[in-house]
Design a protein around this ligand. Structure first.
Ligand SMILES: [Zn+2]
Length: 338
């Protein structure tokens, strides 16, 4: 079975749900990322000629097809066909298991429950349920078996292995110079126009089901992550500097993804009151993501947002950033902010 065939089986309203989440939360997520990074997509006007604005608009749109092209011809091994198909029903299986356990306990008259009022009333009013109640444990066992089968194939981790980059959405940017030798001209590259973000609604739907989170919440996580790429790359600091596109492109992935994840986490926390499921969706997805997406964990534990931001805006002014360089910078300036 092809990955694309699996994606085609997700509920048909998923594209609409992703579009709606984008409409509802786009501004909110942008505001959260802008305030976490304290970077702006439009340069401050005081440095510029009257009436001239420098900057980029980065639109977020829902992809037509719903998944990256690379998924089109990728196969899921036959041995894992059932496991992969069951990933499409994972949230229902989890609900069935948990509900069967809960209601099973409620109606189990051998369990010696403290509060037997409901049980007594149910058996009195519906005597037939007394005989049928034990069969609830069959539902529990069915759910457990099928969940174990679906766990044989780690669908989300496998998807990340197909394309070793963002798969739920993507930040596209133009303006790369064709000659790497020109890298010395940091800040002299072509203006970063044509940047845009797409949301792969099919992958979002599939992954949301597989990790048991709401499509809307996962969409917000993806928007935050991709917008964080856009802001860390194109966002102007107070000196009207941003990240040269070639330098951004050639920096260590662990730095680029770590920064996107760092600000996604910050946005998810900031949005918790308005969109409560977002932080959990961030955490659930993180469990499945490859190592480059975990760089921020150490930063969150060991340093401050001020140190991260200062390291970013200082280092992105020169050559592509290596992870070791970023770590050294943090160690260097970290204590100032403690
Ligand atoms: Zn990314």
């Amino acid at each position: 079975m092809l990955v694309s065939d699996l994606i085609k089986r997700i509920p048909s309203d998923t594209k609409k749900k992703v579009g709606k989440a984008n409409q509802r939360h786009n501004q909110r997520v942008r505001d959260a990322i802008r305030s976490a990074t304290r970077l702006k997509l439009t340069a401050l006007s005081s440095d510029l000629e009257e009436g001239r604005r420098r900057g980029a608009t980065v639109r977020v749109s829902v992809d037509q097809v719903g998944y990256p092209q690379e998924f089109e011809h990728q196969r899921i091994p036959d041995d894992f066909r059932l496991a992969a198909l069951l990933a499409l029903k994972r949230s229902h299986l989890i609900m069935l298991r948990d509900s069967a356990r809960n209601i099973g306990k409620l109606l189990d008259n051998t369990a010696g429950a403290n509060d037997t009022e409901i049980q007594d009333l149910v058996f009195k009013m519906y005597p037939a349920i007394r005989q049928k109640a034990p069969s609830i444990s069959d539902s529990f066992e069915i759910a457990e078996l099928l969940l174990a089968e679906s766990s044989r194939y780690n669908l989300v981790e496998e998807l990340f292995k197909i394309i070793n980059e963002d798969i739920l959405g993507h930040y596209f940017y133009g303006g790369l110079q064709s000659h790497r030798g020109q890298l010395g001209l940091i800040g002299q590259g072509p203006p970063p126009t044509g940047a845009k973000i797409v949301l792969y609604w099919g992958v979002i739907g599939l992954v949301a089901e597989a990790i048991n989170v709401e499509v809307e919440d996962l969409t917000v996580v993806v928007m935050a992550h991709e917008l964080a790429h856009a802001y860390t790359h194109l966002g102007f600091d107070s000196d009207n500097c941003n990240w040269d596109t070639n330098s951004f492109h050639q920096s260590d992935r662990a730095v680029v993804e770590g920064l996107a994840q760092y600000y996604t986490e910050a946005a998810a926390k900031a949005l918790m009151n308005r969109i409560p499921g977002v932080y959990r969706a961030y955490e659930r997805l993180l469990e499945k993501q490859p190592p480059a997406y975990h760089t921020q964990k150490e930063w969150i534990n060991q340093t401050t947002s001020e140190a991260i931001r200062t390291s970013l805006i200082t280092l992105r002014k020169s050559n592509p950033i290596k992870l070791s360089q970023f770590a050294e910078k943090l160690a260097d300036i970290g204590p100032q902010y403690e």
